[in-house]
Design a protein around this ligand. Structure first.
Ligand SMILES: *Cc1c(COP(=O)(O)O)cnc(C)c1O
Length: 429
């Protein structure tokens, strides 16, 4: 792997054209690949040779983009998936199966919570959710003999808590299991979880990495740091023969650096088929080329908006990890010293009624169930994503009636603040 800085890797990572080859990553819009002999292809099917044969498993365009994200995270291997949901499902299911248990932070994306607590539970995988700031005793008590992974988000969506990654990595490793970190909100520009001991990183590339609201996608990156063979009894899928590939043992054949992603590709992508299209991967790469430039602006806007809101009497509270006085400011300084993200949440004085009136009055900032887009958008969780809940349930879910979640885009901070100000002015008029 080349050793460029992050900015340069955003622009040129993953792909180096040869003499006379396309400067931009080519879109290999082909489901299948041609071979001269059956033996050639047979070797691919047996995982005896590497190469492409069917785009459900692997496609060159997708692999070039995965290679760029792998370089950005400082990993050993990576794969794209069709969505962030698929990435988190594969990341966990690759090492956990019926009868396994996983420890997860309770401050995670709602879709991931549903995947874990409802759908994977039906598949026989049990989850214990712990508050991200729980005591050391509570964290220890969450582990069981059948625990196979620990899961958390660098910056939680939408709670905006910052995970103490080193603490969670230490707990996971004491119990001989890897730490999986969803790094969607921070992106590798602002936090590289592997340098704090995380073993596997996932992304919803739909958010900042794409950044233009153009393509849904996901990614899984392996650090290559976790020694599966040292805990072989816990990970039979990686450390004992795979009957569906003539008895290959992934951890032996592909080593510590390649086993996890090879298994996820060869088994999970083969069987579940959550593969991205080469077109979507191409769009994702366009986003990645400016990720480092855009993240700086998202954070600059987030900071300016958070400071404006916290100085306004009509706003009762503001949460933004990089804002002085935020409960997560200390952890943000450690894990996100150059900035966190563009998402700010806050409460409108006067509760739900005023929050709804405020939202209605916004002109530039659009109402959307999306975040991390070039265009600023916001959401009133109590009347949309969480509308089935009563006031008490809303508070418990971290989405009280007065809460607005705002994703600062790439517009000027002056224009965003002007829109917020006129919307605040209009409340009660
Ligand atoms: C959006 C999101 C997901 C799910 O990703 P999709 O691409 O929508 O499937 C997972 N984790 C986090 C932190 C997210 O913000």
């Amino acid at each position: 792997m080349r050793n460029y800085d992050l900015d340069t890797t955003c622009v040129q990572g993953g792909y180096t054209p040869g003499n006379g080859e396309p400067r931009q990553i080519p879109i290999y819009q082909s489901t299948t690949f041609k071979y001269d002999t059956g033996e050639d292809m047979g070797k691919l099917f047996d995982l005896e040779a590497s190469g492409y044969f069917y785009s459900r498993l692997q496609n060159p365009t997708c692999d070039l983009v995965a290679a760029k994200i792998c370089e950005l995270e400082g990993g050993s291997a990576a794969m794209l998936t069709s969505s962030g949901q698929a990435a988190n499902f594969f990341a966990v299911f690759n090492i956990a199966s019926c009868g396994s248990h996983v420890v997860a932070s309770s401050a995670i994306y709602g879709g991931t919570y549903n995947l874990f607590a409802v759908t994977m539970k039906k598949m026989g995988v049990d989850f214990t959710f712990v508050e991200p700031d729980c005591s050391e005793e509570e964290l220890e008590a969450a582990f069981r003999p059948n625990t196979r992974a620990v899961f958390g988000e660098t910056i939680a969506n939408p709670a905006l808590t910052v995970l103490d990654i080193e603490r969670y990595a230490a707990a996971a490793h004491r119990h001989g299991v890897p730490l999986i970190i969803d790094n969607t909100f921070a992106t590798p520009i602002h936090c590289r979880p592997f340098s704090f001991g995380a073993d596997i990183v996932t992304h919803s590339t739909t958010k900042y990495m794409d950044g233009h609201g153009a393509a849904v996608g996901g990614c899984i990156v392996d650090s290559g740091h976790f020694d599966w063979m040292a805990h072989a009894e816990k990970f039979p899928g990686l450390c004992t023969p795979d009957d569906s590939y003539h008895g290959i043992v992934y951890a032996e054949k592909f080593g510590q650096s390649g086993a996890y992603i090879t298994k996820a590709t060869a088994q999970l992508m083969r069987d579940f088929g959550a593969t991205p299209s080469p077109q979507s991967a191409f769009l994702l790469n366009l986003g990645l080329e400016s990720l480092h430039v855009r993240m700086a602006r998202h954070c600059e806007n987030g900071q300016a908006v958070a400071e404006f809101l916290s100085a306004d009497d009509r706003v009762s509270w503001v949460r933004y990890p990089s804002l002085k006085g935020d409960p997560y400011y200390g952890l943000a300084q450690k894990y996100l010293p150059n900035g966190s993200c563009g998402v700010v949440s806050f409460g409108i004085r006067g509760g739900r009624k005023n929050a709804e009136a405020f939202m209605k009055a916004l002109r530039l900032i659009a109402i959307e169930t999306h975040v991390a887009d070039a265009r600023s958008c916001c959401l009133h969780p109590a009347s949309t994503t969480h509308r089935q809940m009563n006031e008490e349930e809303l508070i418990r879910a971290g989405a009280p009636g007065d809460m607005v979640r705002l994703s600062c885009g790439l517009e000027s901070s002056a224009a965003l603040i002007a829109d917020l100000k006129q919307a605040l002015d209009s409340i009660g008029k």
